[in-house]
Design a protein around this ligand. Structure first.
Ligand code: FAD
Length: 375
């Protein structure tokens, strides 16, 4: 979604980000960051200064440490291409044009995440301009509270000017999609749910319902041919083949409606099939390393996320009995539901970090963390 802001600073260096932050603070403007525009959820007015980081898109790979260091304007496609010659891969998402920093600050759930976790959990350190215009480093040893908050708490804590994160040893993957007859949507979904119960962590999948077809997207980060063939046994066609990680185009689904399900009982299936007759519905398998503890990204015991790409009357009500009421920040366009992406304890803790580093609420656009604690 493209939105215009009245005041825009096109930053090329951290010093220009500092200048933009100080100007916004002096003039009582909110500060909004724009890298690619993929995660911007609202129309901005004349009380917002936008700093664009698009030009700050450098990418450096340290193959010995398996670490990437990127500027805030870098996109996943750049990191994938730079890491591939070393047999390494980042925890990128479904599209190479998405910005590394916005994606990672919001948690980052990619096609290698069942094996290696949320992208936010792979962050090693960040450089960040705080609301008072200081450039600081956050890491497990420096500003630990802020280091915790930015790994899933979103962009409300400062402007990240550099990010360092772990890469993972993945060169080749087996990936593709399989198609199933739409008349067998309900039984295919049930069989998929059963298969997921014992799926290896190396295999990430999503089942997509549309009015025309049922497809299952598959990516294996390591050989898992036998398990996957079992999943695809009743498919009509499949395109599964081995390829470099960067060539696997998995695609995503824009979220009009999002639910996280702790289980997918038989009773939930009719609502999903019904929604799939009117819209694209992506049922994505979580689990594996996504369930491990880490930063503020919550609802790690989710088994399936459900994304519906259009307004389908009644779908929210039909799924409500099966949903945990939570959300995942990067899949959430509804900014009135931000709090539901966190446990109440973590949301409070995020608010306390926010008060410590941004007491005037300079970073108040998009998903907003309310200030908590004593001033
Ligand atoms: C086609 C598509 C596919 C997607 N696939 C996935 C997926 O597979 N997994 C997943 O987890 N998410 C996915 N997303 C969601 C995506 O991760 C979020 O929309 C994310 O916010 C995009 O970040 P951006 O920098 O590209 O966008 P922008 O709109 O430029 O930024 C979004 C927000 O991120 C914050 N931000 C960005 N840069 C900085 C910075 N330097 N400092 C502080 N805050 C900053 C700001 O709050 C900003 O408003 C997808 C989105 C799209 C459009």
């Amino acid at each position: 979604m493209i939105q215009l802001a009245d005041y825009v600073v096109e930053a090329r260096h951290a010093s220009e980000v500092i200048g933009a932050v100080r100007t916004a603070a002096e003039r009582g403007l909110a500060l909004n960051v724009w890298a690619t525009g993929h995660g911007s959820h609202e129309t901005l007015g004349d009380d917002v200064l936008r700093v664009t980081t698009t030009e700050m898109n450098e990418v450096h790979i340290d193959p010995a440490r398996r670490v990437a260091r990127v500027g805030p304007g870098a996109r996943w496609g750049q990191v994938i291409a730079a890491a591939a010659p070393y047999g390494l891969a980042p925890l990128a998402g479904s599209h190479p044009d998405v910005g590394v920093t916005g994606y990672t600050l919001g948690g980052g759930l990619g096609w290698l995440s069942r094996r290696y976790g949320f992208a936010a959990d792979s962050v090693l350190r960040a450089e960040l301009v705080t609301a008072d215009g200081r450039l600081i480093t956050v890491s497990p040893d420096e500003h630990e509270d802020l280091f915790w908050a930015i790994r899933g708490g979103g962009g409300g804590f400062g402007v990240v000017t550099a990010l360092e994160f772990q890469l993972h040893p993945v060169a080749q993957v087996t990936a593709g999609t399989a198609t199933f007859p739409v008349e067998r949507a309900a039984e295919t979904l049930a069989a998929y749910r059963d298969w997921c119960a014992s799926a290896p962590d190396e295999v990430s999948t999503a089942l997509v319902l549309t009015p025309q077809a049922v497809t299952v997207k598959v990516m294996c980060a390591a050989p898992a041919e036998r398990a996957v063939r079992q999943l695809l046994a009743s498919s009509i066609t499949d395109t599964l083949t081995t390829m470099p990680f960067g060539r696997a185009a998995m695609g995503g689904t824009a979220a009009q409606h999002l639910d996280l399900l702790p289980e997918l009982p038989d009773a939930a299936i009719p609502a999903l099939v019904q929604a799939g007759r009117q819209a694209t519905v992506e049922v994505r398998h979580w689990g594996g390393a996504l369930a491990l503890p880490g930063g503020p990204v919550s609802h790690r015991d989710t088994r399936f996320s459900v994304i519906v790409n259009a307004q389908v009357p009644g779908v929210a009500e039909a799924l409500a009995p099966f949903a945990n009421g939570g959300a995942f920040l990067n899949f959430l366009s509804d900014t009135s539901r931000t709090a539901t992406a966190y446990t109440s304890g973590d949301f409070r803790r995020l608010g306390e970090v926010k008060r410590a580093y941004d007491p005037a609420d300079l970073f108040r656009t998009g998903h907003r963390i309310p200030l908590r604690g004593t001033p």
